[in-house]
Design a protein around this ligand. Sequence first.
Ligand SMILES: *Cc1c(COP(=O)(O)O)cnc(C)c1O
Length: 382
Amino acid sequence: MSQLFPNYLRDEIDLVDGLGSYVYDQNGQSYLDFMSGIAVSNLGHNHPKVIQALSEQAEKIWHSSNLYSNSLQEKVAQKLTMGKDYLAFFCNSGTEANEAAIKLARKATGRKKILSFKQSFHGRTYGALSATGQPELQAGFFPIVEGFEYLPYNQLPPLQQQLDETVAAVMLEVIQGEGGIIPAEKEWLQAVAKLCKANNTLLIVDEIQTGMGRTGTFFAFEAYQIEPDIITLAKALANGIPVGAMLGKSGLAEAFGPGSHGTTFGGNNLAMNVANTVVTEINQPAFLAKVADKGNYLLNELTKLTTESVKVKAVRGKGLMIGIELDSPETLQQVIQGLKEEQLLAIKAGKNVLRLLPPLTISQEELAKGANIIKKVIMETN
Ligand SMILES: *Cc1c(COP(=O)(O)O)cnc(C)c1O
């Protein structure tokens, strides 16, 4: 019997090893990894440079404390902000990055209200949970943090109605991940950014799932020509070593003065040395172009299913973040099980969307193999 809280619905396989795009369970069975630990292992498993970064730092100092200067944090911050006018704060997870964003937005603006979107996901701690537009996830945990309102995603009129000079921030994902792989429409997101500017409202873009090259650009928002005031990152930032980051415009610095916010572990040396390597590997034009190409290939292959199978309602996404909307939650369960039997791991998003998040380093051959398995399993599901 498990000694663990039953808060996760766990599959019985226990992944004990990994190499590249493959993972191995307790019985030595291999699986093609099309979920990357939920968009975490973007450089795949056992990446030699990531191992080197971890082991080099493991023999120096793991943790120093944010009471001291930290050149590794400075280095990662420099790489993440890419010469733009942002400052960085490091923490340990996605939800903490969003907590920092929410606190910073309220303190910097002196305003209380934050607008976020239906079926969004921002994390499980109280602030991030309160920003999350999914009543099922909040059920039983009231009172949540006040001041949040949830608007329909990709719709402008409700936002135009709600957004005024009392709103501290608008918080959104560029592609809603947990909510069902729902990309923001370009005109909408650009209009949101404009409205925010007009009201001196901060735009918080949660790139925790979409960032780190996942969609073929380093940040997903880059494809929309917008400039967020605050950006949050976590998941793939250190390829599996827990770390999160919040980037904010340097004009917000005063609101996060000494003693205003902090964390013991945040940005520790071990996590930072790995993050430095991961960011360096991913943030290269040639690497990102390949992710975009692989994503286009996968999307094209899978889009054929919309005409070939009545079970497939839509195929959408960007780069290597792709969702296949199926006709029901039951079909989705059958497909996930069928894929596992064919030795491919994928997960769900929303109620009936199959979510594909292979490592960004996946080879064309592995990608084609995965696409064929997915097509076969979906075609054989009845
Ligand atoms: C996973 C995720 C989070 C929460 O990150 P944790 O590290 O699990 O706290 C927040 N926002 C988005 C978009 C996510 O995908």
